[in-house]
Design a protein around this ligand. Structure first.
Ligand SMILES: [Zn+2]
Length: 114
């Protein structure tokens, strides 16, 4: 499962951050997930909840912030936010747009308890 391997690598970061700050517990994690990342938020949450048992983040809550698709148009220099997969320029209709956001999966915030 895709989500489980993502959670596993997120936990490597969590544990490293907690060590760095001498924290005893992770209480909250906020992840930015692009709507085009192919990640299903519900699956990510359940993967997180099963993975966290027995770790430093055992009682942590996972919050997911959805990142919309953002495109940039090389033809007219315009940019737009797209709620869904419509990859054309809102200004000039060009279909050569470049996707600048919406594919990412980033740890946005980690709350630690010392
Ligand atoms: Zn354009």
């Amino acid at each position: 499962m895709h989500e489980l391997s993502l959670v596993a690598s997120a936990f490597e970061v969590l544990e490293e951050k907690a060590r760095e700050h001498g924290a005893r517990r992770v209480t909250r994690v906020v992840l930015s997930v692009g709507v085009m990342s192919g990640v299903v938020p519900d699956l990510l949450v359940s993967a997180f909840d099963s993975y966290k048992k027995g770790t430093i983040a055992e009682e942590a809550r996972l919050e997911i912030a959805a990142v919309p698709v953002k495109v940039r148009c090389p033809d007219c220099g315009g940019g737009a936010v797209r709620e869904e997969a419509d990859f054309s320029c809102a200004a000039c209709g060009s279909r050569r747009v470049e996707i600048v956001a919406g594919r990412e999966l980033v740890i946005e915030k980690i709350d630690l308890e010392a």
